[in-house]
Structures are given as C-alpha cells and as structure tokens.
Write a protein that binds this ligand. Structure first.
Ligand code: FEO
Length: 170
C-alpha cells in the first residue's frame, strides 16, 4: 500500500503527464494550422505517449490501493512564435518533467518504498529518450535555418527512430 506522501506525489505526476499531453496537443494544433503537417504528426504522437504516461501512474496508484485523482489541467498556450521556439519549449518542458520524476525517485528512497522506486525506472529511461529527441530536433532546426523548414517538416518523423537509438522502449 502506498503511503500518503508517495500517493500525493504520484497524483502530482498524473497532473504533470496530463498537462504534457494537453500542451503537445496545443502545439500540434498550432503546427497543423500553420502548414507544418509533419511537426503536427510528431506532436500528436507525443501527446498520445504522454497520455499513456499519465495512465501508467493512474493504474499504478490504484493497483497499490491508493486513489488516483483526475486533476484540473491548466490551459496550455495556443500561440507559438515559430518552430524553433516551439521545440525549445518542448525541451524545457521535458527537462521539467525529468526533474519531477527525479524528485519522486528521491522521495521513494527517503520513504523506503522500493516498489514505487522500481516502477519509476521506466520513466527515468523514458526521460533520457524524450530529452534526447527534443535536443536532436532543435539541433537540426538550428542547422537548417528558416528557409529549409519544408524539408525539416517532411523528415521530422524519421528523427523519432533516430532519437530512440539505443534506448529500450517497452
Ligand atoms: Fe511523460 Fe515527456 O514526459
């Protein structure tokens, strides 16, 4: 059974993964309406993945006799200056999520909750991949410059498999 501190911080993560999903949907919608169909497709996939992350936490909390609580999500921005800015925000957000996961890992050690510690290892690895993916895309954008966004938009989905690289996926 989860102790209250672990239950609460896992519920906080339910909210953060839910917001991630919503943020990437907002970005996908912006990209779609600005002619970037490849970027939109990448972000829709990313949004679905974040929803699965949220579900993993919900199911884990309930499985351990806690109560997963559905949070109110704040509204994500609906305007993004340009593609480089958008992916800078993706990377910033993923770094925030990594710090958040690390905080939970830290608490599980303090509370000697080794089951939750074990559950979190998948997320620790996932964050390595998510940050690498956002960094790879930003590097490509910086190399291309604005005039080649067309080619970048066409090729972005193939960067997913490159970023996954040697990282194991479940
Ligand atoms: Fe579930 Fe991208 O953090």
């Amino acid at each position: 059974m989860l102790n209250k501190k672990i239950e609460d911080i896992c519920n906080r993560q339910v909210e953060r993964e839910g917001y991630s999903s919503s943020l990437y949907l907002a970005m996908a919608s912006w990209a779609e309406t600005h002619g970037f169909s490849g970027v939109a497709a990448w972000l829709y996939i990313q949004s679905d993945e974040e929803r699965l992350h949220m579900l993993k936490f919900i199911k884990y909390v309930n499985e351990r006799a806690g109560n997963a609580v559905m949070p109110a999500l704040k509204k994500p921005p609906d305007e993004f200056k340009n593609i480089e800015y958008l992916f800078t925000e993706v990377l910033k957000h993923e770094e925030f999520v990594t710090a958040s996961i690390n905080e939970i890992v830290d608490l599980t050690l303090e509370q000697k909750d080794f089951n939750t510690h074990n559950f979190l290892q998948w997320f620790v690895m996932e964050q390595v991949e998510e940050e690498a993916s956002a960094r790879l895309i930003l590097d490509k954008i910086k190399l291309l410059g604005k005039n080649n966004y067309y080619q970048f938009d066409r090729d972005i989905l193939s960067l997913r498999s490159q970023a996954a690289g040697t990282q194991p996926r479940p």
